[in-house]
Every structure is written in structure tokens, then in C-alpha cells.
Ligand binder design. Structure first.
Ligand SMILES: [Zn+2]
Length: 498
């Protein structure tokens, strides 16, 4: 390897094409990746045919751009992934707060240094990770935070004119010079700050406390926003909107498989330091289904969305509940059950905002309804065409069984032995031959909860499964608001039915 470039002289003689804008640099590196057919945004799942092509086009066009999407759609993650498109390191004037290019410094201090030291000026190398600056916009962000401030004391001490940039205390944007500046939730930024941003973008200068400051910053500006806030009139000043080259819409996973892949990647479930775990596919599917159903549930506010963090944290709690049970029962294998989802309520209720109708029902009840409905949907898909009559009849003939949350695998299996056909039915949940006891117990639990979700059997609050309650048959009159209540829960039963 050649001797590293350490001085401005070295840089001038063998530095190559270092003097280029950030947007050119990112474009160039993206072109190389495309030619080499390298994966572009590893770890970002489900956007290959939607978001990523638009993102590539925006970068190829050297645009500043905005990602429009609801919470938990990997917007911040995409922006951070842009760092991978920067050079490994760039040469800078050492100590300069705005990372001046030694070949073309902006600030007067650096220009003076270059003039004084010439080719002997030492060079520092700035790694790409240090070239990404992120700011969450809030209404109280000031011009000083974002662009900078003038320090009158510094000016007085040095005998400088206030408008000299030596007296400037730089804000976040100048500090992102020669890098990427990401502003999350752009519409929350006060109008006058947006004007300041626009002026920097457009004219390369800005007024601070009435003093014009000239700074031709070189920055890729990227933003995120909730689509409704962004399009709401008056939230974004028009000239700034005009300077944002591309608006790219993100979305939630389209398929359950994509959603499962994201959750599997993000959730902390590999806990081999304690016990081995094995998460049945139907448990993973139910966890995702909760997210999908929550996004279309009319009791839940669609404008704020339901983040993919819901299934991620839910799966973590589901595994933890199964882990707790296994530890208490001295079992060596952790296999979550669908009923463990009820222990995950603390991760579900905080992940959505309720509409008025949902407020009436309460967050916990809305979440319980979602769990039951999700189990029903996955169970129906998996057991479609499978005969469940034998088991249902056993309950109809007066049989019942009670399974507590902490029941060991052996206990569940022993109880299930009384129910004719239950064990055989559980095999349809995809049990491998010679499956472990906790896996069999989980499959049994899934069948019981599935039949309960289909209302073929009933279940009390203390988890006693029994025959379905006879519901009064209604004529096909489905207009009244109660009619499409998906699953009236036992316990929330209307008094006048008695
Ligand atoms: Zn400088």
C-alpha cells in the first residue's frame, strides 16, 4: 500500500478526484455498486420493487429528497444506510468544525491556514460514519440550533466584525458540511427555520441576527415526514418544497412473509445464553397478523399508523413469557404458544392511537380482540378443510378443560389426552415427527385457541375451554352497528342476553 496522504502537498500531487460534491460522490459510488450488482440496502426488506428503485433514481439525479411514510416504515434506517454510499474517508482541514476541503476551504480560518502553510498543511481523514447528521424536527428548534449563532463576545475579544464568520458558532447544518443532513418530521420545523434552510440551499447564504453570512455548504439534505402532515396546507413553505427533488412514499410490508422476515431480523429472540428456543411458524404468523389487522382496524387511527415495531416487540415478549414458563417448570426447551400473546399486551397497546370508537372499548380490549382475530385468521388458513368435529363434539357433550398460562408442557399434554381427537388435530399445526413436549403443547394450545376464535368452543377468562355458548340466531339483518363487532368477548357479554 502507498504511503498515506498526510499533507496538502501530497493531496495536490496524488490525491485524485477528491474535490467533488457529496451528491456526486454518492452518485458515483452508487453507479459502481449497480455495475457490480452489489446489494444496495442490505437489511431493508420488502422495498425492492417500490421504494428502492425510486431512491436509486433520486440519488442518480442528485436530488435532495423526502421519505413520506407512517411510523415504523424503516425511514430512518434507509437514510442511515446512505452512509454506505459515501467514500470510506475524505481529506479535511484538521480541526475545522465544518470539515473544510483542504483544496477549497470555505471558512476564512482555513483559507488563512492554507495561505500560510501551503503544501505543508497537514491533512486529516474524516471517516464516512462521521459525515451523517440527524435531527428530529420539533417546533422549538431554533435558527441557532440548525444554522448557527453569532458570538458577540468572541468578536469583541478578537476585534472582529460581527459578520465575519470567525465569530460564528456553527449549528447542525454547517457541521454536516460535506456530508448528509437528515431532518426527521420536517413539517414540525418552524416556518422561519424552513426559510433559513431554503436560503442555504438556494443562495448559499443566510442571515443570522440580521448579519448576512455566506457559506456555500455542500450537503445532501434528506427528510422524512408523515404524508398527511407534509401535504397539509401551510406546513411546508413552498420554496423549500420546490427544492426537494423527489418525494418517495414508504409503506408497511405488503406480504406476511416480508413482515415475518423483518421481525425475524429485528426481534431479539436468539437467547442461547439461557435456554434453547423454537418459535413455531404459526406463532410468527399470528404475531404479524396482529400488525396487519391493526392497520385496517377502524377503531385504530390510520393517520399515525401501526409501526412494524409492534410485531417486533410483541414477539420478544411472547418468547419471554414462554421462557419464564419453561424456567418455572424446569423445562429445557422454550416453545411459545399463541396464548403467550396475551402476555404481550404491554407491547401492543402502546403501539397504536385509538379512534373514538376504540377509546370506548379501551386499548387493552382492542388489543385482545386483535389477538383473537389474528389467531382465528391464521388457524382458519392452516386448518382449512381439516375436520375438527370430533374435538368440538367432545366439548359439546359437556367436556371442559382448564389450562393456565404457566401450565407445563407435560400438563397440557396430559389434559389434552382426555379430549378425543385433540392430539391428532394438533399434528396439523406442522409438528415435526418426534416433536418435543413443549412443541406439542404449543400446537394443542393453538388448536384450542383457534376453535375458540372460530367460536366453535368457548373460553372463560380463567382459560377454561368448554362448549360454545348458544348464541341467539339473528336474521340476516346486519345493519346495526354492533353486528360487525368481530368477537364479543366472554365477560364483556351483554347483560340482557341472560
Ligand atoms: Zn474551515
Amino acid at each position: 500500500m502507498a504511503v498515506p496522504i498526510q499533507t496538502l502537498g501530497d493531496l495536490r500531487t496524488r490525491g485524485g478526484a477528491h474535490t467533488r460534491t457529496v451528491k456526486d460522490e454518492i452518485r458515483h459510488n452508487l453507479v459502481r455498486k449497480l455495475q457490480a450488482r452489489e446489494p444496495l440496502f442490505p437489511g431493508i426488506i420488502g422495498y425492492d420493487e417500490t421504494v428502492i428503485p425510486q431512491l436509486v433514481n433520486a440519488v442518480l439525479s442528485r436530488h435532495n429528497f423526502i421519505l413520506l411514510g407512517l411510523r415504523g416504515q424503516a425511514k430512518s434506517r434507509i437514510l442511515r444506510a446512505l452512509v454506505e454510499l459515501l467514500d470510506d474517508a475524505i481529506p479535511v482541514v484538521p480541526g475545522c468544525e465544518i470539515h473544510d476541503d483542504p483544496l477549497a476551504p470555505l471558512c476564512s480560518a482555513c483559507r488563512a491556514r492554507v495561505a500560510r502553510e501551503g503544501d505543508h498543511l497537514p491533512i486529516a481523514w474524516l471517516p464516512r460514519e462521521a459525515r451523517y447528521v440527524e435531527k428530529l424536527a420539533t417546533p422549538d428548534v431554533t435558527i441557532a440550533d440548525m444554522l448557527g449563532d453569532i458570538d458577540p463576545i468572541k468578536a469583541a475579544q478578537a476585534g472582529l466584525n460581527l459578520a465575519d464568520e470567525l465569530t460564528m458558532h456553527y449549528g447542525l447544518l454547517p457541521r454536516a458540511n460535506r456530508g448528509i443532513f437528515a431532518i426527521n418530521e420536517l413539517p414540525d420545523l418552524a416556518g422561519k427555520i424552513q426559510v433559513g434552510l431554503f436560503n442555504i440551499l438556494q443562495e448559499g447564504d443566510v442571515q443570522i441576527k440580521g448579519y448576512p453570512i455566506r457559506l456555500r455548504l455542500d450537503v445532501l439534505l434528506v427528510f422524512t415526514a408523515n404524508p398527511e402532515d407534509y401535504t397539509a396546507r401551510g406546513k411546508i413553505i413552498t420554496p423549500l418544497k420546490d427544492r426537494i427533488g423527489s418525494e418517495i412514499r414508504t409503506h408497511y410490508p405488503v406480504t406476511r412473509n416480508n413482515a415475518m422476515a423483518i421481525t425475524a431480523q429485528e426481534a431479539w429472540t436468539d437467547r442461547q445464553a439461557t435456554l434453547e428456543n423454537e418459535i413455531p411458524t404459526y406463532v410468527r404468523e399470528v404475531v404479524e397478523e396482529i400488525g396487519f389487522q391493526a392497520r385496517t382496524e377502524r377503531k385504530i387511527d390510520k393517520r399515525s399508523g401501526v409501526s412494524q415495531r409492534l410485531p417486533i416487540t410483541t414477539l420478544e415478549l411472547v418468547v419471554s413469557n414462554a421462557e419464564r414458563r419453561a424456567l418455572l417448570n424446569g423445562e429445557s426447551m422454550v416453545v411459545p404458544r399463541v396464548t403467550d400473546l396475551y402476555a404481550a399486551l404491554p407491547s401492543i397497546t402502546g403501539k397504536f392511537e385509538l379512534e373514538y370508537e376504540g377509546e370506548l372499548r379501551g386499548a387493552e380490549q382492542v388489543a385482545r380482540d386483535l389477538i383473537r382475530s389474528a389467531i382465528g385468521s391464521v388457524f382458519t388458513g392452516m386448518f382449512d378443510g381439516t375436520e375438527t368435529r370430533t374435538v368440538v363434539e367432545w366439548f359439546d357433550l359437556g367436556g371442559s378443560l382448564t389450562l393456565s398460562d404457566s401450565a407445563s408442557a407435560e400438563e397440557v399434554i396430559a389434559q389434552a389426552r382426555c379430549v378425543q381427537g385433540l392430539r391428532e388435530l394438533a399434528e396439523h399445526a406442522g409438528l415435526a415427527p418426534g416433536a418435543s413436549a413443549p412443541a406439542v403443547a404449543s400446537a394443542i394450545d393453538f388448536v384450542l385457541e383457534g376453535l375458540y376464535a372460530q367460536r366453535k368452543i368457548s373460553r372463560s377468562d380463567d382459560r377454561r375451554y368448554a362448549a360454545a355458548e348458544a348464541t341467539p340466531r339473528r336474521p340476516a339483518r346486519r345493519e346495526e352497528p354492533q353486528a360487525d363487532e368481530p368477537f364479543p368477548m366472554p365477560g364483556a357479554k351483554k347483560k340482557y342476553y341472560n
